[in-house]
Design a binder for this molecule. Structure first.
Ligand code: ADP
Length: 333
C-alpha cells in the first residue's frame, strides 16, 4: 500500500522539528530517512506512527486518512534502537505478543512464530529468555515481533545503532534481504549513510526538518544536490567560492568525484599533483594532494595497486580526470 505524507509540520515550542515534509512510499519498498542527529528524523517517523500529532499536514495510506488515527489502530509495526522487548516473556512469547492480542488461535500462532523466527535467523530459539540473547539476537526478536501481525507498514528507528560495528555490518546486509523479501513497505531512520544505502531502495536526505533530496542511493552519491549534501554523503572534494575559481568547471560550487580519477606517472593529459600527506586507512591509502594548476588540495583514496609507486610525501604523480568526474553543485536538482 502506498504511503503519502503531505506538508507535515511538528513544532516543539520555538523548535520546528519537522518543517513541511511531503513524501511518498511505494508499496513493498524501503525508504531510508537519512540525516544528521537532530534533523527531525525520529519526529517524522513518530508522526507517521501516530505517536505525535502534526501541527499541519496529513498521513495517508492509499485512500485512508490516518492523521488523527491512534497508533494502535494504524496497523504499523515498529522497531526501535533499544529493542524494547518484554523481559518476562521468552522469545516466542515476545514474537507472538501481537498475535495473542489479535486472538489468533494457538496452533496458528505457533506456526507463525516459528516462520518468523526462521526468517530472522533464530529458528528453534523460541524458548530462550530474552536476557540470554546477544544485542543482535534481541533486535532480530524485535523485528520478528513487529512483523508478526502482518503490519501494513514497518517503521524502524536506528535499529542497529546499539550494536557493535562488526555486527552492524552483517546485520544490515541481512536486514536488506529480509526487507526486500517483504511485501510491506518500510521507513528506516538512520544517520549512517552506509546503512541507508545498503538497506533501502530510496533515500530521503533530511536537514533541519526538511527533505533536501530524494533518490536511489546511487543517484544521490552521483549527483548530490548541494555542497552540504555532498559532504554529508561522504564526498571529500567539495570546493566553493574562491577555492573553485581555477577549476575546469565554471561554478561557485564544484565536486570532484575523486573515486573516478586515476593516479599515474606524470605525463600528457594528466594534472600534476604532489603528495602532501599519506595515511593508511585500513588497507586503503588516504592521500592529501596539492594540485597547483587548480590551486586546491584534494583527498584521494585508493589501494596500493592503484598507485604508480609508493606515495611518499613530496612525490609527484599525474592525476587523470575524466570529464564526468566534475559535478557542478550549483546546477544540481
Ligand atoms: P533526529 O531523530 O534526526 O535526531 P529528532 O526528531 O529527535 O531528530 O529531533 C528534532 C528536533 O526536535 C531536535 O532539535 C530535538 O531537540 C527536538 N525535539 C524532538 N523531540 C522533542 C520533544 N519531545 N520536545 C522538545 N523538543 C523535541
Amino acid at each position: 500500500m502506498n504511503l503519502r505524507l503531505t506538508g507535515l509540520v511538528k513544532r516543539y515550542g520555538p523548535v520546528t522539528a519537522v518543517g513541511g515534509v511531503s513524501l511518498e512510499l511505494e508499496e513493498g519498498t524501503t525508504l531510508a530517512l537519512l540525516g544528521p542527529s537532530g534533523c527531525g528524523k525520529s519526529t517524522l517517523l513518530r508522526l507517521v506512527a501516530g505517536l505525535e500529532v502534526p501541527d499541519a499536514g496529513s498521513v495517508r495510506l492509499e485512500d485512508q486518512d490516518l492523521t488523527q488515527t491512534p497508533p494502535a489502530k494504524r496497523g504499523f509495526g515498529m522497531v526501535f534502537q533499544d529493542y524494547a522487548l518484554f523481559p518476562h516473556l521468552d522469545v516466542a512469547g515476545n514474537v507472538g505478543f501481537g498475535l495473542v492480542e489479535a486472538r489468533v488461535a494457538p496452533a496458528e500462532r505457533s506456526a507463525r512464530v516459528a516462520d518468523l523466527l526462521e526468517l530472522v535467523g533464530l529458528a528453534g530459539m523460541g524458548r530462550r529468555r530474552v536476557h540470554q540473547l546477544s544485542g543482535g539476537q534481541q533486535q532480530r526478536v524485535a523485528l520478528a515481533r513487529a512483523l508478526a501481525p502482518s503490519p501494513r507498514l514497518l517503521l524502524l528507528d536506528e535499529p542497529l545503532s546499539n550494536l557493535d560495528a562488526n555486527l552492524r555490518e552483517s546485520l544490515k546486509l541481512e536486514l536488506r534481504g529480509i526487507l526486500q523479501g517483504l511485501r510491506t513497505g518500510a521507513i528506516y531512520v538512520t544517520h549512517d549513510q552506509g546503512e541507508a544505502f545498503t538497506v533501502s531502495d530510496r533515500v530521503a536526505l533530511m536537514r533541519e526538518g526538511v527533505i533536501v533530496q530524494t533518490g536511489a542511493g546511487e543517484e544521490l552519491l552521483d549527483q548530490p544536490g548541494d555542497p552540504w549534501a555532498a559532504r554529508f554523503l561522504g564526498h571529500d572534494n567539495v570546493f566553493e567560492g574562491e577555492s573553485a575559481a581555477l577549476l575546469p568547471v565554471a561554478s561557485r560550487a564544484v565536486l570532484l568525484r575523486a573515486d573516478l580519477t586515476r593516479l599515474l606517472e606524470t605525463g600528457e593529459g594528466t594534472t600534476p599533483v604532489t603528495v602532501l600527506a599519506a595515511a593508511r586507512d585500513g588497507l586503503a591509502w588516504r592521500l592529501t594532494l596539492d594540485a597547483p594548476a587548480w590551486n586546491v588540495q584534494l583527498t584521494w583514496r585508493g589501494f596500493d595497486r592503484e598507485l604508480p609507486s609508493h606515495p611518499a610525501p613530496g612525490s609527484t604523480f599525474g592525476l587523470l580526470v575524466p570529464g564526468d568526474a566534475w559535478r557542478d553543485l550549483e546546477r544540481s536538482p
